[in-house]
Ligand binder design. Structure first.
Ligand code: AMP
Ligand code: ZN
Length: 139
């Protein structure tokens, strides 16, 4: 078995688990963006979001919410919380077992998303409508 997260599920390698049920496991990221960085994964191996059934996707998001609330109740430094999922290599996915990152944010924590240079220029409504049309027909 090569999937590192499946090895965590099967307790073949160490992890720091914060939540577990029949469908979902949540554990600490080994390289946290900030202290309290949790990964939320399905117990059944799936590489991408497209492979997940709706029930599992729902269960993952319910656990992300639980972790969000648990972080906020903890004495970790938590001014805000990011939920983040990289679906595909181009999106930054490095471990090909679906996972949500749920991690605390606070002012000047050094984390940020990088935007392209012309990001400040809003596209015309026609461009938004055209993109919406392409997505809508597949929803
Ligand atoms: P991503 O780039 O979205 O695929 O994120 C993969 C995440 O998995 C990174 O944040 C890694 O730090 C984390 N990671 C990799 N190996 C382990 C491990 N053995 N235990 C916990 N987290 C891990
Ligand atoms: Zn796996």
């Amino acid at each position: 078995m090569t999937c590192i997260f499946c090895q965590i599920i099967e307790r073949k390698i160490p992890s720091s688990i914060v939540y577990e049920d029949d469908t979902v496991l949540a554990f600490m990221d080994i390289q946290p963006v900030n202290p309290g960085h949790v990964l939320v994964i399905p117990k059944k191996h799936a590489e991408s979001v497209a492979e997940l059934d709706d029930e599992t996707m729902g269960a993952l998001n319910v656990v992300c919410k639980k972790v969000n609330q648990a972080l906020r109740k903890s004495d970790l430094k938590v001014e805000g919380v990011n939920h983040f999922l990289a679906d595909g290599e181009a999106a930054g996915q490095e471990v090909f077992h679906v996972h949500f990152h749920v991690f605390p944010r606070f002012a000047n924590d050094g984390f940020g998303l990088k935007f392209k240079e012309d990001y400040a220029n809003l596209p015309p409504r026609s461009e938004l409508d055209a993109a919406a049309g392409k997505i809508k027909k597949n929803c």
